[in-house]
Design a protein around this ligand. Structure first.
Ligand SMILES: [Zn+2]
Length: 238
C-alpha cells in the first residue's frame, strides 16, 4: 500500500500546530493566575499596613488620654500645695508633683514618637494602596489579554482541526484505521519524519528493507514507536 508523503507531512504539521495551540491555551490561564496571586499578595500587604496604622493610632490615643488624666492630677496636687498643713506635707506633695511631671514628660516623649511613627505608617499605607492599584490594573490587563487570546486560539484550533479532518479523509482506507488509533493516543507522535536511516520520533534505526519500501512510497509504521513514516523532503535515496 502506498501513501502520499506530502499529505502525511501536512498532517504532521497540523498536529504540531494543534499541540502548540493547546500549550498556549494551557499557559494563558497560568499567566492570569500569577497576576491574580500577585494582586492578592499586595492586597494582604495593604490590609496589614492598615491594621498597623489603626493599632498605632489607637495606642497613641490611649496614651494621650492617660497623659491628660495625669496632667490633671498634677494640677490638682499643685492646688493642694497652699492647703498643706505642714512643711513636711508640703515637701512630700512637691516631691510627688516633680516625680509625676517627670513621668508625664516621658509619656509625652513616647506619644511624640508614636505620632512620628504614624506618619511613617501612613506613607506605607499610601504606598501599599498604590501597589494594589497597579497590581489590579495589571491583573485586569492580563486577564483580558488571556481571554482574547483564548478566544482567538479556540477559533484557530477549530479551523485547523477541520482542515486536519478533511486531509485525513485523503488517507488510503487501509492506512486510516491504524493511523487514527495512533493519532487518538499519540497526537503529533502518530507521524514521524525519516531520512530512511532513523525514525524522527524514537530514533530507532531502520532496516535496508524498510528504507527501500519507503523509497517506493509505501505506508510503513515504525517498529519502535508505531508512528507512520513519511520521507523527509529532498530525500531521494539512502
Ligand atoms: Zn519510531
Amino acid at each position: 500500500m502506498s501513501v502520499d508523503f506530502g499529505l502525511l507531512r501536512t498532517l504532521h504539521r497540523m498536529h504540531r500546530q494543534l499541540a502548540d495551540i493547546d500549550e498556549r491555551m494551557r499557559k494563558g490561564p497560568l499567566q492570569a493566575k500569577i497576576a491574580q496571586n500577585n494582586q492578592a499578595t499586595f492586597e494582604t500587604a495593604l490590609e496589614q499596613a492598615v491594621e498597623t496604622s489603626k493599632a498605632n493610632h489607637m495606642a497613641a490615643n490611649a496614651k494621650q488620654l492617660q497623659l491628660g488624666e495625669r496632667e490633671a492630677k498634677v494640677e490638682n496636687m499643685k492646688g493642694q500645695l497652699n492647703a498643706a498643713d505642714s512643711n513636711k506635707e508640703f515637701q512630700l506633695l512637691k516631691d510627688r508633683i516633680a516625680a509625676d511631671e517627670q513621668a508625664n514628660s516621658v509619656l509625652a516623649d513616647e506619644i511624640f514618637e508614636m505620632l512620628e511613627k504614624q506618619d511613617v505608617i501612613e506613607e506605607e499605607v499610601k504606598e501599599a494602596k498604590e501597589n494594589v492599584a497597579k497590581a489590579t490594573t495589571e491583573a485586569e490587563r492580563i486577564i483580558n489579554k488571556v481571554r482574547d487570546e483564548l478566544k482567538a486560539l479556540k477559533e484557530e484550533r477549530a479551523r485547523i482541526e477541520g482542515e486536519l479532518k478533511d486531509a485525513e479523509k485523503k488517507l488510503p482506507q487501509d492506512v486510516q484505521e491504524r493511523y487514527f488509533r495512533g493519532a487518538a493516543s499519540k497526537k503529533e507522535d502518530a507521524l514521524s519524519e525519516t531520512d530512511t536511516r532513523t525514525c524522527g520520533n524514537c530514533h530507532q534505526t531502520l532496516t535496508a528493507q524498510i528504507a527501500s519500501e519507503l523509497m517506493m512510497n509505501h505506508a510503513i509504521f515504525c517498529g519502535g514507536c508505531g508512528a507512520l513514516f513519511y520521507l523527509k523532503e529532498g530525500v531521494t535515496g539512502r
